[in-house]
Every structure is written in C-alpha cells, then in structure tokens.
Design a protein around this ligand. Sequence first.
Ligand code: BGC
Length: 360
Amino acid sequence: MKKVLAILLAILMIATLAACGNGGGGGSDDKGFVGIAMPTQSSPRWVNDGANLVAQLEELGYRTILQYGEDVVADQIAQIEDMIVQGVDFLVIASIDGSALGGVLAQAAEADITVIAYDRLIMDTADISFYTTFDNFAVGVMQANSLLLGLGINDGATGPFNIELFGGSPDDNNAFFFYDGAMSVLEPLIEDGTLVVQSGQVGMQQVGTLGWAAETAQSRMEDLLNAFYADQRLDAVLSPYDGISLGILSALRGAGYGSEQDWPVVSGQDATRAGVQSIIDGEQFATVFKDTRDLAAATVRIIEAITNGTEPPINNTTDYNNNVFYVPSYLLDIVHVDATNWEVELIDTGYWTLDDFNLS
Ligand code: BGC
C-alpha cells in the first residue's frame, strides 16, 4: 500500500512539474500567482511582452504561468479557465477577441481574481479592474504623420498624392483607435484634395484586416492595384502594423514598385524585426516603436501596488470605455522610427541588437 501511494505521489509530482513546464510557469509563489494570457507568438512583440512580464514578475518573487492562444479565441478562453482553476491571484490578458471574454471573466470575478487588460481593452464586461496600454490614438496620429513626412507634405509638397488605407482587426478595440487617430490627420487632407483615395474605400468596415493577417492585406492590396492603379501611381499606404505592411509591400513588389518605380510611403507599428529590416532595406518607410518592456513594467507596478495595499499607478480615466465603464488605465508614450533614427531608438536602447539585422 505504501509503495502504491509513493508511486502515485511521484506521478502527481511529475504531472505538476510538466504542467508548469508547458505553461512556462515558474518563480516562487510567496507574493502571489499571476496568469498571463497572450494572443499569439506569430509577432515578436507578443513574445517579448510575455517574456518581459514573466522576468519582471519572477524577479519580484511572483509565480507565473504564461500561455499563448495562437489567435484561436476558444483556446484563449480555455487557457484562462485553466489559470483560474490553478488558483491565480491576478490575470494579465492581451485578448484575441476583446468581446469574447465576459463569461470566463465572470468566473474570475467569483474567484476574486484581479484582471488587468494588457495592451488591448477587454470589452463588454465589468469584471476587469485596470488597463495598461500605449496611447493608441497617438499611434494612429504618428502613423499618419509618418506618411506626410515621407511624402514631403510637411516640407511644402502639395500633391495630389494617391493613398490607400488599411486598418487593423475589427475584433480589437485598438484598431479603431489607430484608425481614428490616423484619420484625424488624413481626413482634412483628403477633403482638400491633397490626398486622393482612388478606391474610395474608407472606414474600418471597408479597410479593416481581420486577425491582423498579412495575407489578407496582401490580397486586398493586389485587388486595389489591379482595379485602380494600372495606369497611375500609388504614393502612400496607411498600414497599422508591420506584419500588415509586409503583406502590402509584397503586393507592391509584384506590381513593380521598388524596381520599375519607387516604393510608396508605407507606415507600420511595433518595430518588429522584419519591419525594421524592411526600413533598413529602404522598403517600409517608418514604424511606431512601443517599448514592451515599459508596458510590462507598468503592469507589474499595478500588481505590486495591489499586493502591497498601495494606490495602483494610473494616468487616464477618461479615454477607455469598454461599453460598461471607463476602465482606469495607464497609457505609455510611443516613438516614431524610420531610417534616420532606428539605431538610436532600437539598438542603443537594447530593444534589438545589430546582429538581428542584415546590414549589407
Ligand atoms: C497592438 C499592436 C499590434 C497589433 C497586432 C494591437 O492590439 O496594440 O501593437 O501591432 O495588435 O498584433
């Protein structure tokens, strides 16, 4: 009997260790247990976000579990349910579909778990406490301004310039902030004829890119080029994310841009490795750098404050309404990056190293 019990105990211990390994769990649990649910590993920013959160929390003595939903909503919900069952004290969630988590977060509320929406606001629920993010409207403004810079409009160029617009994923609240921010700059110039959208496609319903997918953007760009730019030049493309910019640039390459004629000015976001390489290669014009280390730090500061019973640091209570309430938020600043400053902003700050890029 004793032997059987010992074997059972050993199996249980191995299973527990394996579960921790699968989820990337670790750290001591003296201070608390934090479940981290991230959307996908397909973009390096989320990989960095997860790693930064784990490192910073474990350094402070928290235990963590990290899971990626790989853009499958049901999987992310199952991962969060599992974290609740495992007894986390905090949930840090970058949602895949911001409106799909109400049910599972009701369970979290019953278990008294503090939920922090990370980067993407979680919509239609009262069961979140905080939101940490970058100034998303400012991201869109910066993307649009990068197009004006590239087109020379700031230096007096009057156009008219042909432009096409791409938005992010309509199930991500951020995508609307990015688009609205960009249009706050572009709309007056479209109205006065400096910029012309030959396709006439404007508004998130027409320009959104489900799942932020490069392939979707590429095929829409190909369609636009075939339908509207067979005998005229496209001068600029508003792109909300480096991954989408890559798809757009592939379509443009196929139509002879970058060889027979100059690339249009293309914006981006996240300073992904591929995006920065594209800037170095003279293809993509600019990106918006969001230092994910700072976002992790802002999130960890809130967790620490709650643990220590002090006031959680927030700096915005008026911009992010999730259809139920204005969520107390902490917004971080962003940085414009192009061929003139990528080394200063990305290498000197240690976000990337020179070895990450091909400079020949
Ligand atoms: C994030 C962006 C990212 C996009 C696609 C958004 O919610 O704020 O940084 O480019 O998702 O992953």
